[in-house]
Ligand binder design. Structure first.
Ligand code: DQA
Length: 144
């Protein structure tokens, strides 16, 4: 089976407790279980991870370029700030990357309107809560 990585950045381990009016009540474990289920229906093995550390995310993006056929990435706040993650995605080319956000980042504070991931992503899904991860896996499956 083809492997896709689903990588989650800082504070996403707090889902369920963290600002539920914005991020909902599902935990990251719930989302991981949904991703594995959606992946198996699509013929994809999902390797689902989270880190609060920028360097760990960079390491995993590098690993994905060797071990995976695609990447779903919710880089959390690093989306808006991290040149290291931007560079890692560029270096991972031609690995297809689908950017996901639970919330609609364009309807929030101006500093969230900018994404350093988007220029090198196949596309971005935001605003649909946990469903966005399943949609991203569908988009990757159609591409690989
Ligand atoms: C987020 C949006 C980011 O702006 C924020 O920093 C997050 C979560 C989302 O999934 O909506 O941590 O990536």
């Amino acid at each position: 089976m083809k492997t896709v990585f689903v990588l989650n950045g800082p504070n996403l381990n707090m889902l369920g407790k963290r600002e539920p009016s914005i991020y909902g009540t599902q935990t990251l474990d719930d989302i991981g279980a949904d991703c594995r289920k959606a992946g198996s229906a699509l013929g994809l093995e999902v390797d689902f991870r989270q880190s609060n550390h920028e360097g760990a995310l960079v390491d995993w993006i590098q690993e994905a370029s060797q071990a995976a056929v695609g990447l779903v990435l919710n880089a959390g706040a690093y989306t808006h700030t991290s040149i290291a993650i931007h560079d890692a995605i560029r270096a991972a080319a031609p690995l297809p990357v689908v950017e996901v956000h639970l919330s609609n980042i364009h309807a929030r504070e101006p500093f969230r309107h900018v994404s350093k991931v988007a220029p090198y992503a196949v596309g971005m899904i935001c605003g649909f809560g946990p469903l966005g991860y399943t949609l991203a896996l569908q988009a990757l499956a159609a591409r690989v």
